[in-house]
Design a protein around this ligand. Structure first.
Ligand SMILES: NC(=O)c1ccc[n+]([C@@H]2O[C@H](COP(=O)([O-])OP(=O)(O)OC[C@H]3O[C@@H](n4cnc5c(N)ncnc54)[C@H](O)[C@@H]3O)[C@@H](O)[C@H]2O)c1
Length: 355
């Protein structure tokens, strides 16, 4: 099953975190398919941002609110009666979670409780996609990719909060949604390390490298030998969309889903930095940042067999295509292009290649 534009046309969709990196790409994509998007976020998290550069708020109903406020979330859903909710608002940074664990848990765990509670009180909602992370799994470095039923947990507060968000969703599914024959259906999407144009998130490799490329400064890189399964942001977003479609088609599709890249697309940080250095038309140099750095898992991989077999999902762009699209996006930015048109063109190119 691919992303079905007909399914999304005129559908009312709440996207929490629509001003963020993933949320802005998803909102543009939904908008391009004719969905009626209601975005819910507390602010625009970075400056610059994809949200501002691509005028993501155009044609979207926007609600400025905090997911930590149960009233704000339930009022938004009650007022706009969406059919689908895609919950992405989060505090998504590991290092910030060490500095501010409480805000991380409040946003990622209580925020999820508030969204699911609001869904319970809003009969229009037929499907919820709860976006967590590959870091939701208890990573004992056992050397094999995670499958959906592996135990949840986390070493750092961010990973732990995403494990908790999974446990919250599982309890809501079993206690409230599944027992109701006409209840909303719930799926959790797990992915990690996405790349693409328009990310200015702190402590992330591509934003750091691209900022250095645009400014000409030498970039310090942490953990150059750490292996990560990289993929373009549109790959997991297509997974979330296909999951929502599948949830509406069948209650069997409820539960957790991995959306990871092909095994060959797990590469060391150093490999990515060198690849970008070779392709960027300009000066791009990096050096090792000796640290100290907080704990980070050495290797994380997802087994996405379940999504492939039961949802017909597969990553559309491999790592080379993802890096090429990323370089093209930042080159367009440097050259003063229309970034809404540039981003939409990449979405159309991706969607046109969906199998
Ligand atoms: N980017 C990645 O590599 C990656 C990897 C795995 C999982 N994820 C998950 O995907 C989701 C989106 O991540 P992203 O990279 O787009 O992050 P981001 O920081 O770019 O965006 C986060 C969004 O959430 C909103 N938000 C944060 N706190 C809020 C609050 N208290 N109330 C309301 N809105 C709030 C922000 O305003 C923003 O719109 C998150 O759940 C994140 O954990 C991201």
């Amino acid at each position: 099953m691919g992303v079905d534009a007909g399914f999304w046309r005129d559908r009312r969709v709440v996207v929490t975190g629509h001003t963020g990196f993933k949320g802005a790409w998803l909102t543009l994509w939904l908008n391009a398919m004719g969905a009626r998007v209601i975005g819910f976020a507390d602010k625009v998290p970075t400056s610059p941002s994809l949200y501002e550069l691509a005028s993501v708020g155009e044609g979207v109903t926007e609600i400025w609110g905090d997911v930590r406020s149960a009233a704000a979330v339930s009022e938004a859903l009650a007022a706009h009666e969406p059919g689908v909710v895609i919950h992405m608002a989060a505090q998504p940074f590991v290092r910030r979670s060490f500095r501010d664990p409480r805000a991380t848990y409040e946003t990622n765990v209580i925020g999820t409780v508030n969204v699911l509670d609001a869904v319970r009180a809003t009969p229009s909602v037929r499907a919820v996609v709860n976006v967590t992370s590959d870091k939701c799994y208890d990573n004992r470095e056992h050397g094999r990719p995670f499958v959906e039923d592996d135990p949840k947990g986390g070493h750092d507060p961010y990973s732990s909060s995403k494990g908790c968000a999974e446990l919250v969703a599982d309890a809501y599914l079993r206690s409230f949604f599944a027992p109701e024959p006409d209840g909303p259906r719930l799926g959790c999407g797990r992915a990690g390390n996405v790349i693409g144009g328009g990310d200015w998130g702190e402590d992330r490799l591509i934003p750091d490298i691209m900022e250095a490329a645009l400014s000409g400064e030498v970039i310090p890189i942490r953990n150059p030998e750490a292996i990560r399964p990289w993929q373009h942001v549109l790959n997991p977003l297509s997974g979330y969309l296909v999951l929502a479609q599948a949830l509406l088609a069948s209650p069997e599709r409820q539960g957790g889903w991995n959306f990871g890249p092909a095994a060959g697309d797990a590469r060391p940080v150093r490999w990515i930095a060198d690849w970008l250095g070779e392709r960027w038309k300009g000066d791009l140099r990096w050096e090792i940042d000796p640290g100290p750095h907080p704990h980070e898992a050495r290797y994380l991989a997802l087994d996405s067999t379940k999504a492939r077999e039961q949802l017909g999902w597969a990553p559309t762009w491999d790592l080379a295509a993802a890096l090429e699209a990323t370089v093209a996006w930042y080159t367009a930015l440097r050259d003063g292009a229309d970034m809404r048109a540039t981003t939409l063109a990449q979405i159309h190119s991706f969607a046109g290649r969906r199998r």
